[in-house]
Design a protein around this ligand. Structure first.
Ligand code: NAP
Length: 293
């Protein structure tokens, strides 16, 4: 099966496309429209956004026009959004979900993630954080049982945060943990924990994100493996994650790159996977949740 049609089976039985379209820092009605159109045209069926990205409204408007244009229905698309740190509180969850649904023009989300283990305006080391996380999660579990959220998950949770959440005993295990994951930030312990507990790992910053200024795409090992496979460094980084059983959500505003990033039907032979796995540079390009109690 083509990688573009492949899915990860989540722990609640729902299928999540392996590849989704990232939308962080994509703003402007016409830019969003052209990105979503380029994505749908070349086969993306999953879109990742978040309340804090400020683009849910434009994505909703684009989908209203583009789904019928391409003969697609709402249920053909896997839509993910996230609860922002300012709404990370059990008393705010329902209103936050309702606002995201309204902006996206949908009655349900396929996946809804707690964006960050911390809470806005509360110190990262506040001893209250685990309690607030557990209470917020209980609300999300209720919305999931009601069907408004087909799956619920977390983002930027360390193994410690996940252990605390599972110990809180809501009975609902996160379906997904969306985290930074690439050859320079392997997250081996976290990946093992998620595998053990049936939590799907979804990678962000697979290409290093905008803040890396291309450092990961220029990594000497990645570049030489890409040359041997006659693929681009971006394709090698994305296929590497897929071959580790991890979902990917690359972002681009460029239609050619959007197409390139889903064109992943090639094989990285075992010896080249080992070479990529042995990259010893450790570099993190996005926010670090370790300090959140
Ligand atoms: N949960 C979280 O906390 C969190 C954090 C960060 C991101 N995310 C999600 O994950 C998605 C992906 O992460 P990201 O946007 O930070 O970074 P990314 O996908 O790793 O990288 C995006 C950067 O790479 C460039 N790029 C894309 N395709 C390329 C290609 N084929 N060749 C060369 N350069 C390419 C893009 O530039 P152009 O746009 O100019 O092509 C952009 O500068 C986000 O959009 C968002 O949906 C989640």
């Amino acid at each position: 099966m083509s990688v573009s049609n492949s899915v990860l089976k989540l722990n609640n039985g729902i299928s999540m496309p392996v590849i989704g379209l990232g939308t962080y820092k994509i703003y402007g009605t016409s830019v969003i429209f052209s990105v979503i159109e380029a994505g749908l045209k070349c086969g993306y069926r999953s879109i990742d956004t978040a309340a804090v990205y400020g683009n849910e409204g434009d994505i909703g408007e684009a989908l209203k026009i583009l789904l019928p244009k391409y003969g697609l229905r709402r249920e053909d698309i896997f839509l993910t959004s996230k609860l922002g740190p300012a709404d990370h509180d059990p008393s705010r969850v329902r209103a936050a979900v309702a606002a995201s649904l309204d902006r996206l023009g949908t009655s349900y989300l396929d996946l809804y993630l707690v964006h960050w283990p911390g809470v806005a305006r509360r110190p990262a080391d506040s001893p209250d954080n685990p309690r607030v996380r557990a209470a917020t999660w209980a609300e999300l579990a209720a919305l999931s049982a009601e069907g408004t959220l087909r799956s619920v998950g977390v983002s930027n949770y360390t193994a410690r945060h996940l252990r605390q959440l599972l110990a809180a005993g809501t009975g609902v295990c996160p379906a997904v943990n969306q985290v930074e994951f690439h050859p320079r930030y392997r997250q081996r312990e976290l990946a093992g924990f998620c595998r053990e507990h049936g939590i799907a790992l979804q990678a962000y910053c697979s290409l290093g994100g905008a803040s890396s200024a291309g450092a990961l795409l220029r990594d000497g090992t990645v570049v030489s493996v890409a040359a041997r496979l006659r693929r681009s460094p971006a394709q090698v980084l994305l296929r590497w994650a897929v071959d580790h059983g991890v979902g990917i959500i690359p972002k681009s505003v460029n239609p050619e790159r959007i197409a390139e990033n889903i064109d992943l039907d090639f094989v990285i032979p075992e010896d080249l996977m080992e070479i990529l796995d042995s990259i010893s540079v450790v570099e993190k390009y996005s926010w670090d949740p370790e300090a959140v109690s």
